[in-house]
Design a protein around this ligand. Structure first.
Ligand code: FA5
Length: 347
């Protein structure tokens, strides 16, 4: 066999071996190794090209041409095998990661309204239907609005009814009730008639217990105009109680003292746990206190910019957390602002 035939045979052997190996490969990594071995710089095929200049002149064209054909064939086969392997990997991925769309989805955790917010909104809705609008006033108040203009001068013993958080700035307090909002609303609207609810957080320096927190909401009710009477107050509160606690619920108004109303009272609803017979929830009285109320005191009307000879008004103040407790039989008010989701999630 001539040298030329030898080289050509060598090339054919090489091609057969390379192609046989290529068919058995089934990963990208192996493919790359194969490429380096058969088409890389130091591969046997490349050696043929390198050795060509040393070969006798007459055999160079034929051997060179043959080597080029082998190289082109190997490159083509490499490309198509490479494509097959990539396709197979893709198919396998699609199989393994197939999604079962019939499986129930994972429900994302979802927040909810705080129970007091729910009850507050219900209170607004009831009063909105009676023509009352929400009017917001600040939680940090002047001593003047919180007490003095409400007919509670400095050193008046009635100040003891509200254990107050004072702050370092003199004359500024955390409001102890929503009643100072009465002054703000009156001063904004006088001499126009008013029908507003004043909601929001109040603060008292309280010894906390199951029914007393040092922060709690109140909703104040205020109506001012000509010929407003105690009968209007009674009718409005009676209607509220029916809508809030259910039709047919019995109510009563007892006399009570608040410096900013005259006459003043407190409203009770019949205990809906025992139906008025007496139980631990109503402390055996058969009645539950829900709010303070009365006719706006002439001094307060004047401080708000209304002439008490011409105008009259009624006001009331209730605690939505206490209302919520009664409704849902919650036995401790301290749960409301303790931020324990086990409590909050129940509503
Ligand atoms: C007042 O604060 C008066 N401003 C209410 C008022 C308004 C009377 C207008 C007349 C006219 P009192 O201190 O009773 O009143 O509080 C009213 C309501 O707030 C109570 O019935 C109760 O529901 C709630 N409340 C009072 N103190 C606390 C407390 N420490 N924790 C939770 N709720 C409270």
């Amino acid at each position: 066999m001539s040298k030329k035939e030898n080289m050509i045979e060598e090339l054919e052997e090489l091609q057969k071996r390379a192609e046989a190996e290529l068919v058995s490969l089934n990963s990208e990594a192996n493919l790359q190794r194969w490429k380096t071995a058969y088409l890389g710089h130091s591969s046997a095929l490349m050696q043929v090209f390198k050795r060509l200049p040393e070969a006798p002149l007459e055999m160079r064209p034929e051997v060179g041409q043959h080597a080029n054909q082998v190289k082109a064939a190997l490159e083509t086969h490499f490309e198509s095998r490479s494509m097959e392997i990539r396709q197979a990997a893709l198919q396998q991925n699609l199989q393994q990661e197939k999604q079962d769309v019939t499986l129930p989805g994972r429900v994302p955790p979802c927040g909810r309204l705080h129970i007091t917010t729910v009850v507050l909104r219900e209170i607004y809705r009831i009063f909105a239907e009676m023509g009352f609008q929400v009017y917001r006033s600040p939680e940090v108040e002047s001593d003047v609005n919180n007490f003095e203009l409400l007919n509670i001068p400095a050193h008046h013993p009635a100040r003891d009814l509200w254990d107050t958080f004072f702050i370092k700035t003199e004359g500024v307090v955390l409001r102890t009730h929503t009643s100072p909002g009465q002054i703000r609303a009156m001063r904004e609207f006088a001499p126009e008639p008013i029908r507003v609810v004043l909601p929001g957080m109040c603060y008292r320096y309280e010894q906390t217990d199951a029914s007393h927190e040092f922060q709690f909401n109140q909703v104040e009710l205020l109506a001012v105009g000509k010929r407003i009477t105690f009968a209007n107050l009674k009718g409005t509160l009676e209607e509220f109680a029916q809508r809030m606690y259910g039709e047919g619920v019995r109510t009563r108004i007892r006399p009570s003292y608040f410096p900013f109303v005259e006459p003043g009272g407190e409203m009770d609803v019949e205990c809906f746990v025992c139906g008025g017979k007496g139980c631990p929830v109503c402390k055996r009285r058969g009645w539950l206190e829900i709010l303070g109320c009365g006719m706006v005191h002439p001094v307060v009307l004047r401080n708000g910019g209304y002439d008490p000879e011409v105008y009259s008004g009624f006001a009331a103040g209730m605690g939505p957390e206490r209302i919520t407790m009664l409704r849902y039989r919650i036995d401790d008010i301290r749960n409301f602002w303790a931020n324990d989701v086990r409590f909050l999630e129940q509503f």
